[in-house]
Design a protein around this ligand. Structure first.
Ligand code: 5RP
Length: 236
């Protein structure tokens, strides 16, 4: 299957395929969102159909829920599953401590809730997402629509006390209109360039009224599976 893929899709596909090997019968599995996670959902669906695996999947977005149902994975809500054995998801950046930036696809809130409710979180990625310092990728912050401009100003003000290089935020757009998350919120992307203390920044951001959650995943990820364009896979 992977022979007809572009090099980048080969990397995502082999990482996804390796990660679904961690799934065992009867597991409750969190299903991430994004292009890499979509490969994982398809690969997991193949195992369900071919091996008769009896698992349930908790999706992290409406997109993933639709794909999971299409490929034959039984979808349940997190409230039905309560606690998960494993979550497999993509990431926008990861560092050597396996801290992450997520939310490039706008699903960070459900992704963080689902990953936190899992015994193990495995990230699937290509090598381009590996960074020495988080922050080159704009950090997504989910904010409620009410008073979002005030919230954005408060976020920018709070960055003055933080060790980051950039300080500006932009409202994420979907064409002419603000992007709307599955929970009906907006996203402010913070252009920080380099984050020195991700744990502190995450705590500071989440204390601002109007902020729902931010895309820093600290001490949540347990393993990263890196797929390469030549088909090699590393697990760290
Ligand atoms: C969605 C995410 C994605 O996991 C992240 O954006 C990576 O996506 P892709 O696999 O398409 O590069 O956090 O909110």
């Amino acid at each position: 299957m992977s022979s007809n893929l572009s090099p980048i899709d080969t990397a995502k596909f082999v990482a996804a395929k390796k990660a679904v090997d961690f799934v065992e019968d009867k597991m409750r599995v969190g299903l991430g969102t994004g292009s890499t996670a979509a490969w994982m959902v398809r690969a997991l669906g193949e195992r369900v159909r071919e091996e008769g695996l009896s698992i349930v999947g908790v999706p992290t977005s409406t997109r993933t829920a639709e794909l999971a149902a299409q490929v034959g994975i039984k979808v349940v809500s997190l409230d039905e599953a309560r606690w998960l054995d494993l979550t497999i998801d993509g990431a926008d950046e990861f560092d050597d401590d396996l801290n992450l930036i997520k939310g490039g696809g706008g699903a960070l809130l459900q992704e963080k809730i689902v990953a936190t409710a899992s015994d193990t979180m495995v990230v699937i990625t290509d090598p381009s997402k590996h960074v020495e310092h988080l922050g080159a990728f704009p950090l997504p912050v989910e904010v409620v629509p009410f008073g979002w401009q005030t919230t954005k100003a408060l976020i920018e003000e709070s960055l003055d006390s933080m060790d980051v290089l950039g300080r500006s935020g932009t409202l994420r757009m979907n064409g002419e209109a603000p992007f709307v998350t599955d929970e009906g919120n907006h996203i402010v992307d913070l252009h920080l360039q380099r984050i020195e203390d991700a744990r502190k920044l995450s705590l500071v951001l989440n204390q601002i009224p109007g902020v729902v959650e931010n895309g820093l995943f600290i001490d949540i990820c347990d393993r990263v599976v890196i797929g390469h364009q030549d088909g090699r896979v590393e697990v760290i």
